[in-house]
Design a protein around this ligand. Structure first.
Ligand code: PLP
Length: 444
């Protein structure tokens, strides 16, 4: 059986790495090296000229990082993956590779706070505008926002913190009819729960700081190139992919990183990954450390097992909160009453991740009292840790977004976001009950 036919659980422990030749080291070695000795000067010149791929300098290429990239590509069914220093760096690298000054991105407005400011402020300031879709469940709103300058559609598969599920098949159809790729942030789902490329997405970005690594020990991000989008065939929108690359005698990204190209992995189309490496990694340097890649690999080995437990606990906590008299509303697509329940059954039959948000009656002061009363659950601006985490998005993760952006992202004053961990369920419920007691909810 070839590696491509392995099941998910086999891939998560084996894909992209094998025992180290020479030593036989079974665990992934950490290649803590800045650079690589060339066997001769001619090889150095050939690698620099991109006549073929190879290790030059660890800002761009490192064997530990490369092994993790192969594993991530395998888990999502992509042609290639680029590991970067954070989730923010992953989204920035994709946006800057697809769009330049005067171009536009069409994006859901239900976004992680950092993505909202990256697209809505930082890139806007540099001439790349984003049209935000307020009702992202309305396909006509997406269609109407697409224009001649559009370079990508962008959505989170499961939105943070509002828990909406994107209708990937419909969005892929709209993107492809317009001749642009569909880019999705799959951080909350991970490939253990949802593989967006199988539903028509072309590019997947991750914050690997969350469930992918899973132990709350790293900051990292990844871009998965689906290999499905033909940039060469859409030279009207992506002329740089088909033009000779400045500084190289004979390099055309869509050809040479494309299927059959001399620089692509195993004859697959990895033009996007190639262009990200050539420009974003090379020029801006958002490179992950080899040790970070190693820690991420340790997490990936148990990804599906952790997600099973994360999701089971999240389902139970969501149901428990839904029946609690101190709760106004629960946002979790795994509840039958959720407006996203049907899409969740289609796209995430194993359960829509482990981020559960809920609204308590009252404002900032009430929520702060609630969170401060928690003893087992930590107040942390993170998700996807083995430990259960809670945060008040209104005053933290979304605190620097505008009132309109907060409203569009579903972030109200009474909203609390939980990232449900792997603890014993009864202990989580007991801790939450203590916090409810502290806000005196029946009197509110
Ligand atoms: C955390 C997060 C990001 C940003 O990732 P970092 O690794 O913190 O840079 C992007 N998208 C989503 C959905 C996230 O949860």
């Amino acid at each position: 059986m070839s590696a491509g036919e392995w099941g998910f659980e086999t891939k998560q422990v084996h894909a992209g790495a094998s025992p180290q030749p020479g030593s036989g080291a079974l665990a992934l070695p950490i290649f803590q090296t800045t650079a690589y000795a060339f066997p001769d000067a001619g090889t150095a010149a050939a690698l620099f000229a991109k006549e073929r791929a190879g290790f030059i300098y660890s800002r761009g290429t490192n064997p530990t990082v490369a092994a993790v990239e192969r594993r991530l590509a395998a888990l999502d069914g992509g042609s290639d993956a680029v590991l970067v220093s954070s989730g923010q760096a992953a989204t920035a690298a994709v946006a800057l590779t697809l769009a330049e000054r005067g171009d536009e991105i069409v994006a859901s407005s239900q976004l992680y706070g950092g993505t909202a400011t990256l697209l809505g402020r930082n890139l806007a300031k540099r001439g790349i505008a984003t049209r935000f879709i307020v009702d992202s469940s309305d396909p006509d709103a997406w269609r109407a926002a697409v224009g001649p300058h559009t370079r990508a559609l962008f959505t989170e598969t499961i939105s943070n913190p509002s828990g909406q599920i994107a209708d990937l098949e419909t969005l892929a159809e709209i993107a492809h009819a317009a001749g642009v790729p569909l880019v999705v942030d799959n951080t909350l789902a991970t490939p253990a729960v949802l593989r967006p490329l199988e539903w028509g997405a072309d590019i997947v970005v991750y914050s690997a700081s969350k469930f992918l690594s899973g132990h709350g020990t790293v900051i990292a991000g990844a871009v998965i190139d689906g290999g499905s989008f033909d940039y060469g065939a859409h030279a009207d929108r992506f002329p740089e992919f088909s033009a000779p690359e400045p500084g190289f005698d004979d390099l055309v990204v869509s050809r040479d990183f494309g299927a059959g190209g001399r620089l692509g992995p195993q004859g697959k189309n990895a033009a996007l990954a190639g262009k990200i490496r050539l420009e974003q990694i090379h020029d801006f340097g958002p490179t992950p450390a080899p040790f970070t890649a190693f820690l991420l690999e340790q997490g990936l080995e148990t990804l599906s097992l952790r997600l099973e437990r994360h999701v089971a606990n999240a389902q139970a906590v969501a149901r428990w909160l839904d029946g609690h008299p101190g709760v106004n509303r629960v946002f979790y697509a795994g509840l039958p009453s959720s407006p996203w329940a049907e899409l969740a059954l289609k796209y995430t039959p194993a359960g829509p991740g482990a981020v559960v948000s809920f609204e308590v009656p009252g404002g900032v002061e009430t929520v702060q009292r609630f969170l401060s009363a928690l003893r087992l659950i930590s107040i942390v601006a993170n998700i996807g840790d083995v430990r259960t985490l809670a945060i008040h998005p209104y005053t933290t993760t979304h605190g620097s977004t505008s009132p309109e952006e907060r409203a569009a992202a579903g972030v109200t004053e009474g909203l609390i976001r939980l990232s449900v961990g792997l603890e014993t369920l009864a202990d989580l419920e007991a801790d939450l009950e203590t916090a409810f007691a502290a806000i005196d909810y029946p009197a509110l």
